[in-house]
Each structure stands twice: as C-alpha cells, then as structure tokens.
Write a protein that binds this ligand. Structure first.
Ligand SMILES: CC(C)(COP(=O)(O)OP(=O)(O)OC[C@H]1O[C@@H](n2cnc3c(N)ncnc32)[C@H](O)[C@@H]1OP(=O)(O)O)[C@@H](O)C(=O)NCCC(=O)NCCS
Length: 170
C-alpha cells in the first residue's frame, strides 16, 4: 500500500501526455499474467495510436493519477460496426498498491457515466472466471452474468475460462 490516500487520486479523461504512464501501468498489470489478455504492453506507438483514436472517437477512457503517475485506467470502446455501435467493450486495471480501496469503483463509475452520456446502450466485458474481485466490482455497478467462455484464455500452456458480463443502460 502506498502513502497516497485514495481520495487524493484524480480520475480524469485520458490525454496524450498520459500515454507513457498508461503504458507503464498496463505493462505492470499484464506481466502479472493473472488478469489481462495482454501479457505485456504493446509498443508505445501502438498505445499512442489507441489513445489518440479513443480521444478522437470519444470512446470513454479514464485514468487514475496519483502524484502525477498513472496507477489505473478504464476504457470503453464503442463497437465499430453499424449494428454494434450502441455497444461498448470495457477493459480496466489498477497497479498493485492501489487496489482494494474503492479506486476501481471510482474509475468504472466515471467511465460508465461517460459511456451513458455518449449514448451507449450496452457495455460488455470478459473477466477471468477466478478474478472474483473484478467480478464482484462489476456486479456492484450493475453488470449481469451472460455466460462462460470455456478455455477462452491460454497462458503458460494452461486454459482458463472467462466470464461474460454486460450492463444495459435504461
Ligand atoms: C479488478 C480491479 C479493477 C478492482 O479495483 P479495486 O479498486 O481493487 O476494487 P474496489 O475496491 O473498488 O472493489 C472491489 C470489490 O470486490 C470485493 N472483493 C475484493 N476481493 C474479493 C474477492 N477475493 N472475492 C470477492 N469479492 C472481493 C471488495 O470487497 C469490493 O466490493 P465492495 O465494494 O462491495 O466492498 C483491481 O483490483 C485490478 O486492477 N486488479 C488487477 C487487474 C484486473 O483484474 N483487471 C480487470 C480485468 S477483467
């Protein structure tokens, strides 16, 4: 646990100057090999293109910043095809030391508010079935279970199931 109180952590829409910090945070969480489908962060150029596209297309993308450092993110990408443009796909993560004190709830709530304001109707996600902390958070903010994708993830030669969850705005 760090000395930074969670109330002093700012949640804000991502900007280009956050990209390096966002990549560092994603890389840390990816290398834990327990939570994401990334096992390391993509190259900085790809991350910059991703963030620029999110900003230009107004895909909700929030970061949590503690003492100037990106410690978490939550992005919701709108579906690219016409008939799925009302759907968003959510991904998020927080680096170790900043978890388990409500920051995830603050981040996802901010991203969902932005998604609702952007006119999205449905937000969906996949979580590793054993990631009970993430699944509990998603349930708390209104996501419902829609099924299990069996062996959807393979890491170090082992298969893992994913839980499919979604939330519909009224
Ligand atoms: C998942 C993650 C975003 C959650 O954020 P967080 O700040 O740690 O979570 P919060 O404190 O906001 O909320 C977690 C909730 O899960 C509960 N919880 C924690 N561990 C749990 C467990 N093992 N089993 C069940 N519930 C658990 C907490 O009590 C809390 O619920 P509450 O608000 O009712 O008390 C964060 O822990 C993280 O980034 N983890 C690693 C990466 C990851 O899993 N990303 C998501 C991939 S789908």
């Amino acid at each position: 646990m760090t000395s930074t109180d969670s109330s002093t952590i700012i949640i804000e829409p991502i900007r280009e100057d956050h990209v390096e910090g966002f990549r560092d945070a994603l890389d840390i969480v990816a290398r834990e090999r327990k939570y994401l489908i990334f096992l390391e962060a993509p190259p900085i150029e790809a991350m910059l293109a991703f963030v620029r596209d999110n900003i230009a297309a107004r895909h909700p993308h929030m970061v949590a910043v503690a003492d100037g450092k990106v410690v978490g993110w939550c992005d919701i990408r709108r579906g690219a095809r016409d008939a799925e443009a009302h759907c968003g796909s959510l991904g998020m993560g927080i680096i170790p030391g900043y978890r388990d004190r409500g920051l995830g709830k603050r981040l996802i709530t901010a991203a969902l508010e932005a998604a609702k304001a952007a006119g999205l109707h449905r937000v969906e996600l996949n979580a590793r079935a054993e990631n009970l902390r993430a699944i509990t958070l998603y349930e708390r903010v209104g996501f419902e279970h829609e099924g299990i994708a069996r062996h959807a993830v393979k890491i170090d030669g082992r298969y893992f199931d994913s839980v499919k969850m979604a939330l519909l705005f009224d």
